[in-house]
Design a protein around this ligand. Structure first.
Ligand code: NIG
Ligand code: FE
Length: 440
């Protein structure tokens, strides 16, 4: 791990004139910036050894202006170049890191599904429960029967908790509506609830999460409905920036997935794919070939899938909380992927069925002990690479000059304590755009 021992500044005159905010007395500042990396490495997500470098500055200060990072560096050196700040905040010798970016959630839903949790513990599998009318279909029935107000209230409460765990940017998928009307409702509520809480949000239309029961015997008709009606109307109304498809043999096959991804591309949507979760099926390779920003899950990815991702900008978004929550044995082969040169990110997959975990710090713990990521790799996977997975790398995920001043003051002085203390919330303060949203 290299440490940065000089001031990195985006605008010397603005720094000399005095920033809006100076955060001082930072014991360990993890910038996730890489000012000395070659341009080629900075032009893409972190891979290989690049994932293991948090861009640390010890005894640091951070200057913020206009809601953006202006400069950072060793405190004495930064102060020597810094005019009088309008506000000063003392970090008390603690760690400061970028706000977490969670690039895969299903955070709009009605009831929780602890009944299925218990059924799985008693021996049924996720697929058996789904085949018996549970699973995604049960959340669809529940959501279709709920009022907007009810759903919004539930979502706001969940997002508040998510913000307290340090997530400042969240991706939220639809996918429990499976009709234009209910998918649009979910995406509107996702946007409204995130705005109410102060989270930065990216909305993803996952109309292709499952085939609704009313289309069970004419699955291709549902694919046509998604392509010809649901996606175009969602785009017209500005309700989503991305689309996603659950690509599995029992849900949407490779051809149906490709049809939907191509339609999304015509409509200007960025894309993700739920891929190779239950079986090695070629979903990751398809995502890479069709230029998706991410391929997600990948528990059962094979060598061909790993090679396809390694040779592409598509980010592998791993969701170890799902494996943990389902009580499965096999995690995604993260080490093999990292060593092959795949760009790896982490996300919660927060949803009522397969993963009720909303805490990014807990996901880091699981990633470290179960997939053998180092704490620094887990940190990069939840910040800079997660931002790449959403196409937001120029906005969030690192504290490089010019990025949004979204950062966390942790209650620890060594960032390895974040995954080490599994199950505890290490977040003391949450700042977004240079304003403090949470103080615990
Ligand atoms: O990412 N795999 C599909 N979708 C979710 C599960 C959603 C649910 O069970 O409600 C997932 O794990
Ligand atoms: Fe998911």
């Amino acid at each position: 791990m290299t440490s940065i021992d000089r001031v990195i500044c985006g605008n010397d005159d603005a720094l000399a004139a005095g920033p809006d905010l100076l955060v001082r007395n930072i014991g360990q500042l993890c910038t996730l910036d890489a000012p000395d990396a070659p341009d080629a490495a900075r032009a893409g997500p972190r891979r290989g050894a690049g994932l293991d470098d948090p861009g640390s500055v010890g005894g640091a200060a951070l200057a913020v202006h206009g809601g953006r990072v202006l400069a950072y560096g060793p405190q004495a050196a930064l102060l020597a170049r810094c005019g009088a700040p309008r506000a000063v905040h003392d970090a008390g010798g603690r760690c400061v890191v970028p706000g977490w970016v969670d690039p895969h959630t299903h955070a709009v839903f009605g009831r929780t599904r602890q009944d299925e949790y218990e059924r799985r513990l008693r021996g049924e599998t996720y697929l058996q429960i789904a085949a018996a009318g549970g699973g995604i279909q049960s959340s669809v029935r529940d959501l279709r029967g709920r009022s907007d107000d009810d759903l919004r209230e539930l979502t706001v409460a969940r997002l508040r908790e998510i913000l307290e765990y340090g997530t400042t940017t969240i991706e939220i998928k639809s996918g429990y509506g499976l009709s234009y009307h209910d998918e649009a409702r979910m995406l509107r509520i996702a946007g409204d609830a995130a705005a109410a809480v102060g989270l930065r949000v990216v909305r993803t239309c996952l109309a292709a999460h499952e085939v609704p029961t009313e289309y069970r015997d004419r699955r291709d008709d549902y694919v046509r409905l998604v392509c010809d009606e649901i996606l175009p109307r969602i785009v017209d109304e500005g309700l989503a920036e991305r689309l996603d498809v659950f690509c599995e043999p029992s849900v949407f096959d490779l051809e149906q997935t490709a049809t939907i991804l191509r339609r999304g591309r015509e409509l200007g949507l960025r894309a993700a794919v739920h891929a190779d979760e239950l079986e090695p099926f070629g979903g990751a390779a398809l995502a890479a070939r069709l230029g998706a920003d991410s391929a997600d899950h990948l528990i059962r990815i094979d060598d061909a899938g790993i090679a396809a991702l390694a040779g592409s900008p598509t980010v592998a978004v791993l969701l170890p909380g799902t494996v943990f929550s389902l009580g499965l044995r096999g995690y995604a082969p993260a080490r093999t992927m990292i060593e092959a040169g795949v760009a790896v990110a982490l996300a919660t997959d927060f949803n009522p069925g397969s993963c009720p975990i909303a805490s990014v710090p807990l996901i880091q713990s699981i990633a470290c002990t179960q997939m053998r990521l180092t704490p620094a790799e887990a940190l990069a996977a939840c910040t800079v690479n997660a931002a790449w997975a959403l196409g937001l790398q120029d906005e969030v995920g690192s504290l490089a000059p010019g990025r949004a001043a979204d950062f966390l003051v942790l209650d620890v002085d060594d960032v390895r304590l974040v995954p080490y203390h599994a199950g505890r919330n290490p977040v003391r303060e949450v700042w977004r755009d240079g304003r403090r949203l949470v103080a615990r």
